[in-house]
Design a protein around this ligand. Structure first.
Ligand code: PAJ
Length: 285
């Protein structure tokens, strides 16, 4: 089992590494992360390795996607543990740049994906998707992989990234990977580490509620408003505090629907104490 991994901190080194693999005609998969790796991240890596000869993971806690009152300073960081996990999987390289390497002090270009960011997390996290879109555009252009892998857990993020790659003609295949969950259904997330024991118990109400709504809408597609009310009540009863949203949206436009007539997902974001959880479930029709 490999115990070490090539780590590059500079864009120039990353480009040199990729150029060598390209000369050998090898395909490259990219897995962007903010670290504190769990089995959800590892599923993306396994998919990249199944599809591509080479796999690069990136580790960058991107300051521009955190709001002023969000958890940038407290975000879990353990690069040594992450490197051990990546080495054990046989990942070919870790790109872990500094903030200075990623952003010039007078950086003034931002990627904004309109429309898809109008609902769901967009209004609750102003500037978040611009930060994500900008850093992901940079990571894709720095490495120019064949494919890049993102989790369906952050479905709005996945769609934003698909759209920016298409709109900016970045020649990469964006691959969505199904959500990896704990035994009780809670989606794995680096932020689950913030939950107290009681909060952790209550947390599984979020996925349970969203998938119940999805099942009911598969049977009664016009029942959206009533199901949203029911879902909000379930979350409140389980001890969730502020409920940012429970919404049913078209998967392509991410606009809310009153009735399910095409591919749709149920989305939820709510707070347990100081921790914000998000999840989503497809309506199977
Ligand atoms: P991060 O939260 O570290 O997540 C990295 C990738 O792992 C994302 O594509 C996310 O959707 C995926 N992921 C997280 N939990 C998952 C789970 N339980 N199952 C499957 N996939 C999961 O998302 C980000 O970082 C950042 O916004 C980033 C894209 C790296 C840009 O900074």
């Amino acid at each position: 089992m490999p115990t070490s991994i090539i780590t590059v901190r500079r864009v120039s080194e990353l480009r040199a590494l990729v150029a060598g693999w390209r000369r050998a005609d090898e395909t490259i998969g990219l897995v962007p992360t903010m670290g504190a790796l769990h089995d959800g991240h590892l599923a993306l890596i396994r998919q990249a390795q199944a599809d591509c000869r080479r796999c690069i993971a990136t580790l960058f806690v991107n300051p521009t996607q955190f709001g002023a009152n969000e958890d940038l300073a407290a975000y879990p960081r353990d690069e040594a543990a992450d490197r051990t996990k990546l080495a054990a999987l046989g990942v070919d390289a870790l790109f872990a740049p500094t903030v200075d390497e990623m952003y010039a002090p007078d950086a003034s270009t931002t990627v904004i994906v309109a429309g898809l960011t109008e609902h769901l997390c967009g209004p609750f996290r102003p500037g978040h998707f611009a930060g994500v879109a900008t850093v992901v555009a940079k990571l894709l252009l720095q490495s120019l992989p064949d494919a890049a892998y993102f989790g369906e857990k952050d479905f709005q993020q996945l769609q934003v990234i698909r759209r920016l790659a298409r709109d900016l003609d970045i020649p990469v295949r964006i691959v969505g990977v199904p959500t990896v969950r704990d035994a009780d259904g809670l989606a794995l997330s680096s932020r689950n580490a913030y939950l107290s024991a009681d909060e952790r118990k209550a947390a599984s109400t979020l996925p349970r509620t969203l998938s119940s709504i999805a099942e009911r809408l598969a049977r009664s597609p016009s029942d959206v408003a009533a199901q949203i009310d029911w879902g909000r009540a379930q979350l409140a009863a389980a001890g969730f505090g502020k409920i940012d949203y429970v919404e049913v949206c078209d998967v392509e436009t991410l606009q809310p629907v009153n009735e399910v007539s095409g591919p749709a997902r149920v989305f939820g974001a709510a707070w347990l104490g100081r921790t914000r959880l998000i999840d989503n479930a497809p309506v199977q029709r």
